[in-house]
Design a protein around this ligand. Structure first.
Ligand code: DGL
Length: 281
């Protein structure tokens, strides 16, 4: 049984391109695994949507991936994790990993002052989900969540290194980084790509925690514990299948900056249960 599961792919989804940062971390840490990634670009951005809408999208996409025989599902989007993780965990009998808990655990083990700032989308900040997760996990930290609207768009527009981006990051973040905050959680798929301007504002005494890397560590631990880790050699690396509900050409062009490598094969895919939304998009 375990031998058969071992050969099954890992499914990952996000509202669009951003979750490729999680794919990059997974490929670094688990190079032998086959990955199927679905970017729901047709309904992006999730961060500006309602929790109910994002939950509905997440369920339909997860159904689609689970029907492909995945052994584990990664919700690579912070907004979707916040809106739908509990629902997805109750719905499937495979492990479902979100990006909130791994990052918070890492922040709790890093922070000395016990004051952590989480930055994310509007939906993420408004949901209060990071605070709830702190309580649920029994972490002794004070985690304030702050929305940084506009950051996602700057990344999508390829402007991560612009002078205007540095100014904007400074303007939004500096007032939040009070003296006691020593750990900053990048609670959005796109924010690792703003690590440079964010680090410049944060300075040396604040540690940045990326949900992408921490989530990959959690996935590895789960696979190892279950005996589901694929054991092929690195030379014979796992495959990466990339599906998008939007324009595959645009996805391929912009995806490289999130993945850190060229995306050769991106296929368009429709989620039947969401077809009406897609037609309206
Ligand atoms: N993937 C989203 C997140 O991590 C950011 C982009 C969006 O708003 O869809 O919250």
């Amino acid at each position: 049984m375990a031998a058969r599961v071992r050969e099954q792919p890992i499914g990952i989804f996000d509202s669009g391109l951003g979750g490729l940062t999680v794919v990059q971390s997974l490929r670094d840490l688990l190079p032998a695994e086959d990955l199927i990634y679905l970017g729901d670009t047709a309904r992006y951005p999730y961060g500006e949507r309602s929790v109910d809408d994002v939950r509905r999208f997440a369920v339909a996409i997860a159904d689609d991936l689970v029907a492909r025989g995945i052994k584990l599902l990664v919700v690579a989007c912070n907004s979707a994790t916040v809106a739908a993780l509990d629902t997805l965990r109750a719905r499937f009998d495979i492990p479902v990993v979100g990006v909130v808990e791994p990052a918070l655990r890492a922040a709790a083990s890093t922070s000395r002052t016990r004051r952590v700032l989480v930055i994310g989308t509007r939906l993420t900040a408004a949901s209060g989900a990071y605070g709830h997760a702190v309580a649920r996990l029994g972490l002794e930290i004070d985690a304030e969540t702050y929305a940084c609207p506009g950051f996602v768009e700057l990344v999508e527009e390829g402007r991560a290194d612009d002078a205007e981006t540095y100014a904007r990051v400074h303007q939004q973040l500096a007032p939040r980084l009070t003296a006691r905050v020593d750990t900053l959680v990048l609670g959005c798929t796109h924010f690792p790509l703003l690590a440079r301007p964010i680090s410049e504002v944060a300075g040396r005494h604040i540690t940045l925690v990326s949900s992408a890397d921490e989530t990959a560590f959690d996935v590895r631990d789960l696979l190892v514990t279950a005996g589901w880790q694929r054991t092929r050699s690195t030379a014979d690396g796992g495959s990466l299948t990339v599906l998008t509900t939007g324009d595959p050409l645009r996805f391929r062009t912009l995806g490289a900056q999130f993945l850190g490598e060229r995306l050769t094969d991106v296929r368009q895919h429709r989620i039947a249960a969401l077809d009406r939304d897609q037609d309206a998009a």
